[in-house]
Design a protein around this ligand. Structure first.
Ligand SMILES: NC(=O)c1ccc[n+]([C@@H]2O[C@H](COP(=O)([O-])OP(=O)(O)OC[C@H]3O[C@@H](n4cnc5c(N)ncnc54)[C@H](O)[C@@H]3O)[C@@H](O)[C@H]2O)c1
Length: 333
């Protein structure tokens, strides 16, 4: 029997509980929880029969886990990651990496010095459909990519009724559509066609009651020469994500809501199926947990490194700036 990794989940809120459950379901992790809310901590201890739970981060660090999963609001990610790295603990961090670049370069240096495994939980990268479409594009099957368009939306209050009481209400804690949902789409675009180098953006608060942060955003982007556009809102009824990569010899499209990617090579012909697959949302998080555990065992880089997460953070910060002063921004890649 393989030895289980002692895995600490930090923050047992909405996504923390999912990571807890999904790491447990790999059968390869002994899961511990650090959660400051006493009622929530005890509920999760009972629900998942956890052997060890902690009410403070200091107590959790003293337990010397092998791996930690940072699931607190974004403004806490870097200080927590720093304390983990100082104790030689590898970590998977929820998105976005942070709400500013403060402490990011110092953390990256420390991680390099200590040769630790890090990852950012941009979970699209654990979706086999997206991985298959990316592999086909990058292998040159459709010719060179020329343009990318991402469109996404969902009714956030339906899926997250507590949105008025969590990190979402303020930019300072990682809230608003840009830092919350759009970063997933941007990170996916960067995974497909490389880093975003320039952006100009428009955003507004249009619909979500009880908050003032933007819930709708349009971005024009450049991935160096390649042109991109990303549009997203958090109030439409349809829960849909579509990413189209226009290549020299085909239009290639992922439709998350239809569980497939497909391609079209000649005008006035039918779309042809690349791959079709339906799965529960937990499956992606179990894939992600297994991939992180594999990387830990094999000492190989995770599918989204801290560096790639930081790049997407720079794009999100540039978009916030662009919305405020209505001008193009360059991102130092
Ligand atoms: N990948 C995804 O699909 C996805 C989905 C939701 C949220 N997220 C990200 O995950 C992060 C958390 O989001 P959430 O929705 O779970 O928020 P949440 O508010 O539901 O949960 C955060 C939890 O962290 C706990 N916490 C706060 N400070 C702590 C500390 N010092 N020590 C231990 N626990 C502490 C809180 O008590 C709370 O239970 C955010 O960065 C968010 O953007 C990612």
């Amino acid at each position: 029997m393989t030895e289980k990794r002692r895995t600490l989940i930090i923050g047992g809120g909405s996504i923390g509980e999912r990571h807890l459950r999904c790491f447990q379901q790999t059968g390869r992790a002994d899961v511990m929880l650090c959660e400051i809310n006493d009622d929530l901590r005890e509920t999760l201890r009972d629900r998942y029969q956890l052997a060890q739970v902690f009410g403070t981060f200091e107590e959790a660090l003293a337990a010397k886990p092998d791996i930690a999963v940072i699931c607190t609001p974004a403004h806490l990610h870097i200080p927590m990651a720093r304390q983990l790295a100082e104790r030689d603990i590898s970590f998977l961090m929820e998105k976005p990496v942070s709400t500013s670049l403060e402490g990011v370069a110092e953390l990256a240096t420390l991680i390099d010095e200590k040769n630790l495994l890090t990852g950012v939980a941009y979970v699209h990268r654990s979706n086999p459909l997206l991985a298959g479409m990316r592999d086909a594009i990058r292998a040159g099957r459709f010719g060179k990519p020329l343009q990318i368009n991402g469109i996404s939306g969902q009714h956030f209050p339906y899926y997250r009724p507590a949105y008025r009481e969590i990190y979402y209400t303020k930019h300072e804690t990682g809230g608003g559509a840009i830092q919350d949902a759009l970063t997933h789409l941007l990170n996916l675009g960067e995974w497909f066609v490389g880093p975003i180098t320039d952006v100009v953006a428009d955003a507004d608060h249009n619909a979500l009651e009880g908050v003032e942060v933007e819930d709708s955003v349009n971005v024009l982007a450049r991935h160096s020469r390649l042109m991109g556009s990303y549009t997203l809102n958090q109030h439409q009824s349809a829960n849909e994500t579509q990413v189209t990569v226009i290549c020299e010899n085909a239009t290639v499209r992922f439709e998350g809501h239809k569980g497939r990617w497909s391609y079209l090579t000649e005008p006035e012909t039918e779309w042809q199926l690349g791959e079709e697959l339906t799965f529960e949302r937990d499956t992606l998080f179990i894939n992600q947990a297994n991939a992180f555990l594999d990387c830990w065992a094999q000492r190989t880089p995770f599918v989204c490194t801290l560096g790639e997460g930081v790049q997407t953070l720079k794009v999100a910060l540039a978009i916030l700036e662009s919305v405020s002063d209505k001008s193009w921004k360059k991102i130092s890649v």
